[in-house]
Design a protein around this ligand. Structure first.
Ligand code: NAD
Length: 310
């Protein structure tokens, strides 16, 4: 099976190790540093520079933050970026026209539409309208099908970022039992496919859990690796986690906090303070999966640019 995650490396998963942080901020920075060098080299050679176009509909605070972080990452790596801001009452037809324009724009390598979209717009229709060759979020059915087959393609940024993080820290995954909580098309389901793939990282035995799963606690207790992606703050408690497990916390929820200027703080799906001490590795929130998602998006955009222009 195609592995986008590089050559096998020695792993250091040992149950009972002192807890260590899977630092997504650091790992993402090293990926962006490498990309910046490659982009500068392309510029020197007169080759095309990657160009990411992001569409933001409405003014949802969290979406604004995510898109701003993506644009900033483009600046840091030397990519070109275009931010298309649209009013939240834009018609679905008009949005599809904007996507069509970007599909036809030969300078644009990657198109992303920040989700969620307003209720009157079908996300499915919008995702399906993106040219699969520019589908750097990896949500188009063509990309998903290729990913399932293990063919080279754009992999959804969050699961791809998690695979890159596991690779960066040389976490042993082969033969491990991974429990993925959440089955969304953007996180849980692709995560379960990647972890079960014949690749490195990968080769896990995967259990995917969701809102109808029974005995979730017992299942989690069997997990050597737990990926929590359900969007319920501090859902995973210490009595659900086997000592020495690797914990990947995908959740990001804004929880009211009057002591902060912003009025909120970010909470993951894992009760970090109580769970962390008995784990071998754990991602913090913020600073874990979030930055890796952006680094993975940059990698997809870079790949798109190379595929189309070299
Ligand atoms: P979603 O709402 O689409 O899916 C949530 C999933 O959790 C569903 O499949 C549901 O069945 C499952 N679920 C809900 N309650 C459950 C329960 N009690 N027990 C077991 N399963 C349950 O969410 P999503 O888009 O996959 O996002 C999940 C979380 O990850 C959110 O907090 C989101 O903000 C965050 N997220 C973070 C990043 C990042 O870059 N860090 C990216 C995407 C999403």
């Amino acid at each position: 099976m195609f592995s986008p995650f590089g050559a096998p490396a020695e792993r250091n998963f040992v149950v009972g190790l002192r807890m260590q942080i899977l630092d997504g901020k650091k790992a993402a920075q090293s990926i962006k540093d490498d990309l910046r060098i490659e982009v500068a080299q392309r510029a020197n050679e007169g080759k095309k520079i990657p160009h990411l176009a992001a569409i933001l509909v409405g003014n949802n605070g969290a979406s604004e933050t995510y898109v701003a972080a993506k644009v900033k990452a483009c600046e840091e790596t030397g990519f070109k970026s275009t931010l298309v801001r649209l009013a939240d009452d834009i018609s679905e037809f008009k949005l599809l026209e904007v996507i069509e324009d970007l599909n036809e724009n030969t300078d644009v390598d990657g198109i992303l539409v920040q989700l969620p979209l307003p209720k009157h717009i079908s996300s499915k229709k919008v995702i399906n309208a993106i040219n699969p060759d520019k589908d750097v979020d990896g949500f188009h059915p063509m990309s998903v099908g290729k990913m399932v087959e293990g063919l080279p393609t754009f992999i959804p940024a969050t699961p791809y970022g998690i695979m890159l993080l596991l690779e960066h820290y040389k976490i042993e995954t082969k033969g491990k039992h991974a429990v993925v909580i959440g089955r969304s098309n953007i996180v849980g389901r692709p995560m379960s496919i990647l972890l079960s793939g014949n690749s490195n990282p990968g080769n896990c035995t995967v259990t995917i859990c969701h809102s109808h799963t029974q005995n979730l606690k017992e299942i989690c207790l069997q997990g050597d690796i737990i990926v929590a992606a359900l969007g319920i703050p501090e859902f995973v408690k210490p009595d659900m986690v086997k000592p020495g497990a690797v914990i990947i916390d995908v959740g990001i929820t804004r929880v009211a906090d009057s002591t902060r200027k912003s009025g909120f703080k970010l909470k993951g799906d894992v009760e970090y303070d109580t769970v962390a001490p008995s784990t071998s590795w754990i991602t913090p929130v913020p600073g874990g999966v979030g930055p890796m998602t952006i680094a993975a998006l940059m990698k997809n955009t870079f790949m798109s640019c190379k595929n189309k222009n070299d």
